[in-house]
Design a protein around this ligand. Structure first.
Ligand SMILES: Nc1ncnc2c1ncn2[C@@H]1O[C@H](COP(=O)(O)OP(=O)(O)OP(=O)(O)O)[C@@H](O)[C@H]1O
Ligand SMILES: [Mg+2]
Length: 297
């Protein structure tokens, strides 16, 4: 692909359709949903039909534009993880509709499969994203081969792994042969980030990626994610697109350095959302104001 011939699109591709659009989503962890049956059911939907359950999300509508970094903020138990899992098609909402590039997922099975292929995740505990039996090299190579199959040759794979580690601020040649146990929490999280984006996904979900590490490592991880947001592009159908990110945190201070838009969740409902600038500069809801007072970075 000749990169000079492809235009960089920061906002949406065709006709202003959001990359992801979730409408009126609710999640009751004990209810049976039609989507859940379509997806083959999940462990958390296994209780008796009709039995009242915990409402984790209540009529939430949210969208993610191409190239945007969307932050989801709220206290523990407010529904952040539930919301993001539904947004990436990993969990069925009890009611509501998810659209990926304007197509309903999972009703449009191809759109759903593509969404699953195009999204990567990093979590609070980096060691849970990495196989403890595998060296960093093996983890990265596996991610590359899942996407590119045999189309990449060994020297190119090695080169990409080293370059990817350098991009997340690690010395690739040193880290490649290490096992997760030989890495600090901050290093392991940066390896997890490298693994999540080495296969060039369209969407990166970071669910509380800094809460399990110390303050110095937090700052490094934040810088790494900022650089990734600013520099990572993917090429799809001849068009260069910026990576889109969903960043989950209970700390509004963390996200102010990276997010374009912020959604504030409380008890499963969106209580306020807006651009980072407006929401931080002129918060409307008392809860948002409280979160701002408690911000750490
Ligand atoms: N699999 C499940 N089965 C039943 N209830 C669940 C399940 N997962 C989450 N919940 C409940 O749904 C609510 C929202 O949980 P969720 O994990 O989405 O919150 P969160 O904002 O991500 O919290 P945290 O900041 O602690 O990660 C909580 O009350 C939680 O106990
Ligand atoms: Mg969570």
């Amino acid at each position: 692909m000749n990169d000079e011939r492809v235009a960089l699109s920061h906002n949406d591709p065709e006709s202003g359709v959001p990359l992801l659009e979730l409408s009126h989503a609710s999640k009751n962890y004990r209810a049976h949903g039609s989507w859940s049956r379509l997806m083959g059911g999940s462990r958390d939907d296994s209780s008796k039909s009709g039995q009242a359950g915990r409402i984790a999300l209540d009529d939430v509508s949210v969208s993610l534009n191409s190239g945007e970094c969307l932050a989801i903020i709220g206290e523990s138990g407010s529904g952040k993880t539930t919301l993001t899992r539904i947004m990436l098609g990993l969990l069925a909402p009890t009611t509501g509709e998810l659209r990926y590039q304007g197509r309903p997922a999972p009703i449009d099975a191809e759109a759903w499969k593509q969404l699953r292929r195009e999204s990567s995740m990093i979590f609070q505990n980096p060691y849970s994203s990495l196989d403890p039996r595998w060296t960093v090299r093996k983890s990265l190579k596996e991610a590359l081969s899942l996407r590119f199959g045999r189309s990449l040759h060994a020297p190119e794979i090695e080169e990409r792994c080293v370059a990817m580690l350098d991009d997340v601020g690690l010395d690739g040649r040193v880290v490649l042969d290490r096992y997760p146990i030989d890495l600090s929490g901050g290093q392991a999280q940066r390896v997890a980030i490298a693994r999540a984006i080495i296969d060039e996904p369209e969407i990166l979900l970071a669910d509380e990626p800094m809460s399990a590490v110390d303050v110095t490592a937090r700052v490094q991880i934040l810088h790494t994610l900022q650089e990734i947001r600013d520099s990572r592009n993917i090429v799809r159908n001849g068009e260069r697109k910026a990576l889109s990110m969903i960043f989950v945190s209970h700390d509004i201070g963390m996200v102010q350095h990276i997010a374009d838009r912020i959604v504030v969740l409380k008890h499963g409902r969106i209580i306020e959302q807006g651009t980072c600038r407006n929401l931080l500069g002129n918060p409307q809801h008392p809860y948002t104001k409280e979160l701002l007072k408690a911000a750490t970075l």
